[in-house]
Ligand binder design. Structure first.
Ligand SMILES: C[S@@+](CC[C@H](N)C(=O)[O-])C[C@H]1O[C@@H](n2cnc3c(N)ncnc32)[C@H](O)[C@@H]1O
Length: 268
């Protein structure tokens, strides 16, 4: 299963080709957020990351773990804009290599680091982080009880999980979508089932926001737009346009919803 997910996200080496594309599109020293069309791999892009960080109340000096960090855009954003120190883990080793290279390029290597790892087996001691952040990753993970128990374990007492995920709506997604080419690696839960598994993993829900309307507007605004030079096609290949259109249609047809939530580990 993990191999299939990893191959979906990176079937070839990416570092040299993506750095060359960044240099061409941004010839002078890029700021971290200049990379947003390429490195914010979720519906709503950078503004969705800003909304989730605000909802979670992330603050300077907090130690944050980004589970399923992709190529590190959200981790760099949290470091630069919210003053956090961030560790990102991702199953896709090539994404971690590219995340390191892009972080060097924008001068944030002292605040952000990456390592390949499975979200179901986090390579950290208990109570290591003030906050865990995860966006558009759980859709690839069947064993949600284990995922949220692992996250709960690495959080300090009183620490918060900030999540932003696609949730099941009224039908199946229209495949291929950006997280899966077919149903064999797509595991959406309804909002009710997600809430139950979070609570059973020891969390108290402190914020719960259906952001499907915001995502619908974002997809509608992008429909038919000319693709940018910097974009997720550089990672996912030419099929990405079809995946993105299908994700948008799945949301607009009510098959898939988008949810942001903040869940807290008890202080006891
Ligand atoms: C759609 S991308 C989102 C990346 C990033 N969170 C963002 O929003 O920019 C999904 C990411 O989840 C990662 N992923 C999927 N299953 C995982 C697992 N079991 N453990 C760690 N990462 C996983 C993939 O490798 C991929 O980088």
């Amino acid at each position: 299963m993990n191999d299939k997910v990893e191959r979906h996200y990176a079937s070839r080496s990416l570092v040299d080709s993506v750095l060359a594309a960044v240099d061409e599109a941004l010839p002078s020293q890029p700021k971290p957020t200049d990379l947003a069309p390429l490195d914010q791999f979720h519906a709503g892009g950078l503004e969705a990351s800003r909304m989730l960080a605000t909802l979670a109340g992330l603050a300077p000096g907090q130690r944050v773990l980004d589970v399923g960090c992709g190529i590190g855009g959200p981790a760099r954003f949290l470091a630069e804009t919210f003053g956090c120190s961030v560790v990102g883990i991702d199953l896709t080793a090539e994404y971690c290599r590219l995340a390191e290279a892009l972080t060097q390029r924008v001068g944030l290597a002292d605040k952000v680091s990456f390592r390949p790892a499975d979200a179901l087996d986090l390579p950290f001691d208990a109570a290591s982080f003030d906050a865990v952040w995860t966006q558009h990753v759980a859709m690839n993970i069947a064993d949600r009880p284990r995922l949220y128990r692992e996250i709960h374990r690495v959080l300090r007492p009183g620490g918060k999980l900030a999540l932003y995920d696609a949730v099941a709506g009224s039908g199946d997604p229209l495949f291929p979508v950006p997280w899966a080419r077919d149903a064999s690696t797509s595991f959406l839960l309804t909002p009710e089932a997600l809430r139950t598994v979070l609570e059973q993993s020891g969390f108290a829900i402190v914020a719960w926001r259906d952001v499907t309307p915001e995502a619908s507007r974002w997809f509608a605004a992008r429909a038919g737009a000319t693709p940018q030079k910097l974009g997720l096609h550089l990672l996912m290949g030419p099929d990405f346009r079809t995946m993105a259109v299908n994700f948008g249609r799945s949301v607009l047809e009510g098959r898939v919803g988008l949810l942001m939530a903040v869940a807290q580990k008890s202080t006891a």
